[in-house]
Design a protein around this ligand. Structure first.
Ligand SMILES: [Fe+2]
Ligand SMILES: [Fe+2]
Length: 170
């Protein structure tokens, strides 16, 4: 199952994974114990696991939207030390900045994807998720963050493959 999810993630997120922004994400630390890249990959894995679980219950989700939303949800946080005055400002502003990254990296206009990204901090942020992918992203973000601080980031296992893809080795 995890291999299938990882393969789907790499295929559906390829354009984002090869972007300059994701290159920056590979080197910016996140939650003191991870990088933005490992975190977003971990959130994408957990999100797609939830999508597969829901699929078994005949509840449909859009895995392409899910992958893109998860991979982009924190890319607005890149350069945080120069962009935000403090952690509170970062907490409230980075979801909107991540939407700007979505608009740059995702060719298709997808308001539901943007909504999922802008609402991902809920309940820390003020915006209640408005679609299934948004709810899943918000939940997966918290699950993945908890796993990271206990040393179990699911994104870590994908980092070598992403670096190889970026170097044109795959
Ligand atoms: Fe975030
Ligand atoms: Fe996050």
């Amino acid at each position: 199952m995890l291999r299938k999810i990882n393969a789907l993630l790499l295929a559906q997120g390829m354009d984002i994974l090869l972007s300059d922004e994701f290159g920056e994400a590979l080197v910016q630390t996140h939650h003191n114990v991870s990088t933005v890249a490992s975190h977003t990959l971990g959130v994408a894995v957990v999100s797609l696991m939830i999508c597969y679980l829901l699929m078994k219950l005949h509840i449909r989700t859009d895995t392409q939207r899910m992958t893109r939303a998860a991979l982009c949800h924190d890319l607005g946080i890149l350069g945080r030390d120069k962009k935000y005055r403090n952690n509170v400002q970062c907490c409230f502003r980075h979801p909107k900045d991540s939407v700007e990254v979505v608009r740059k990296l995702v060719v298709e206009n997808d308001p539901a994807l943007e909504s999922a990204v802008v609402c991902h901090m809920w309940p820390l942020g003020p915006h209640l998720p408005k679609n299934r992918e948004g709810i899943i992203l918000s939940v997966a973000d918290k699950i993945s963050s908890c796993m990271e601080i206990t040393g179990h980031c699911l994104g870590d296992s994908l980092i070598d493959q992403v670096i190889a893809l970026r170097e044109g080795k795959n």
